[in-house]
Design a protein around this ligand. Structure first.
Ligand SMILES: NC(=O)c1ccc[n+]([C@@H]2O[C@H](COP(=O)([O-])OP(=O)(O)OC[C@H]3O[C@@H](n4cnc5c(N)ncnc54)[C@H](O)[C@@H]3O)[C@@H](O)[C@H]2O)c1
Ligand SMILES: CCCCCCO
Length: 378
């Protein structure tokens, strides 16, 4: 019996200059004072000042919080909540990659429903209201602008997720211009991350459904075609727009058919060594695809033609992904990041704690398997 229980962002706008709709959007919600949540890299890239200026020109008060850090530590979320509550904001704009957007989601929620973060880790435990929330991605990307998820890093370096439909924004604004200056290594890592979202959604053993399948296939078609293009020319605005759409569709897909072993093995790399999320997924992708080949062969064969595989087979799919990863400007092996080999057993042990992700993998992963996968990635 077919089943569907699909949730995503109510309104998604993709166009040149999409953020010029911000005053109208916040006006619809009666917002007078906007919290602009971003990170120092975005400020340095010159992407924040024009947005702040246009909001103020429209008569909105703006309080900037630009203290977001990658893989946001919980203390950053709480500091943002304290600063912005004191400022008296009544609406939130998240401008940045997944780190800034995830912080913005949690801040919008906690400002309206003050409760300990620990109380809402997990699925559907955040049941309160939130402030009006708009997200504008500048990487392509996590797809956070269309997922009910925020990922934080605890004081003990553990990645924790808050999964609640309350975290879905009211509006997602996608403007390719915001990604034109994305540095090549970040373009590569975030682009592969988006591909991983689509691949793992398509092969998820839990909650895979006809709608997530359609989204994952279209996401992969866009991402596999355009990632090599933007790697060659980051100023290709059309290709950047296709990447933003692809990562957005991939986000919708995995938000409804959850990710699996690539993410489970990537998390300890972020937790222990602060390897950027997209890169950690890219480093584990090929070993996990090879590990899954036999068990996921029919599904990988279906994806082969979507990604330009030379043959409609699992091997054809693997070779096509290997070729795309190969043209990406980023480290390809763990040893390039000075990760010591003797930590691999600890990484395998930690990866096995991500049971909520591992259960979605098309092939069961044991701790010895996890260790072998890290050795292959080394
Ligand atoms: N909520 C979700 O559904 C979801 C999904 C996947 C990942 N995540 C989380 O998202 C985070 C990773 O997000 P990310 O991969 O987008 O990276 P990021 O947000 O951490 O940004 C990476 C770096 O790129 C810079 N940057 C971003 N956009 C730029 C631009 N346009 N020009 C110049 N510099 C730019 C940032 O300043 C930062 O230094 C992790 O914390 C991960 O756990 C969340
Ligand atoms: C708990 C949900 C994990 C989502 C991972 C996206 O990087």
């Amino acid at each position: 019996m077919l089943e569907l229980n699909f949730a995503t962002t109510a309104r998604i706008v993709l166009r040149d200059g999409a953020l010029d709709a911000l005053p109208e959007i916040f006006g619809e919600f009666g917002v007078k004072h906007v919290a602009l949540i971003t990170d120092p890299g975005l400020v340095k890239a010159g992407l924040v000042a024009p947005v702040e200026k246009s909001l103020k020109a429209a008569g909105l008060a703006v309080t900037l919080y630009d203290g977001v850090q990658a893989d946001p530590p919980t203390r950053i979320v709480l500091a943002a909540v304290d600063d912005l509550r004191a400022a008296g904001v009544d609406g939130v704009l998240g401008l940045g990659g997944g780190s800034a957007m995830d912080v913005a989601k949690l801040v919008a929620y906690l400002l309206k429903t003050p409760e300990p973060l620990e109380k809402i880790y997990g699925v559907d435990l955040a049941k309160g209201a939130r402030l009006p929330l708009v997200l504008a991605p500048t990487t392509a990307g996590t797809g956070s602008e269309v997922t009910p998820i925020s990922i934080v890093t605890t004081e003990t370096d553990e990645k924790k997720g808050v999964v609640s439909r309350r975290l879905l924004p009211d509006v997602a604004l996608l403007d390719p211009n915001l990604t034109l200056g994305l540095p090549a290594p970040v373009t590569a890592a975030t682009g592969v991350d988006a591909m991983v979202h689509a691949i793992e959604a398509y092969t998820s053993k839990r909650l895979k459904n006809p709608l997530s399948d359609v989204l994952a296939r279209q996401a992969l078609a866009l991402l596999s075609k355009n990632l090599p293009v933007v790697m060659k020319d980051g100023k290709d605005k059309d290709a950047r727009g296709q990447m933003l759409l692809g990562s957005c569709l991939a986000g919708m897909a995995f938000a409804n058919a959850p990710v699996a072993a690539v993410h489970a093995l990537a998390y300890p790399l972020g937790g222990h060594f602060h390897v950027p999320h997209g890169l950690s997924n890219a480093l584990m992708l090929l070993p996990v695809l090879r590990f899954n080949l036999a068990g996921a062969a029919p599904l990988y064969a279906e994806l082969s033609e979507v990604v330009g595989g030379e043959e409609k087979s699992a091997e054809g799919f693997f070779k096509a992904i290997e070729r795309i990863v190969g043209v990406c400007d980023m480290p390809k092996k763990l040893h390039e990041l000075q990760i010591p080999r003797d930590i691999l057993p600890k990484l395998a042990e930690d990866a096995m704690k991500q049971t909520r992700l591992l259960v979605n993998n098309p092939v069961e992963v044991t701790e010895p398997d996890a260790l072998r996968l890290y050795e292959e990635a080394f």
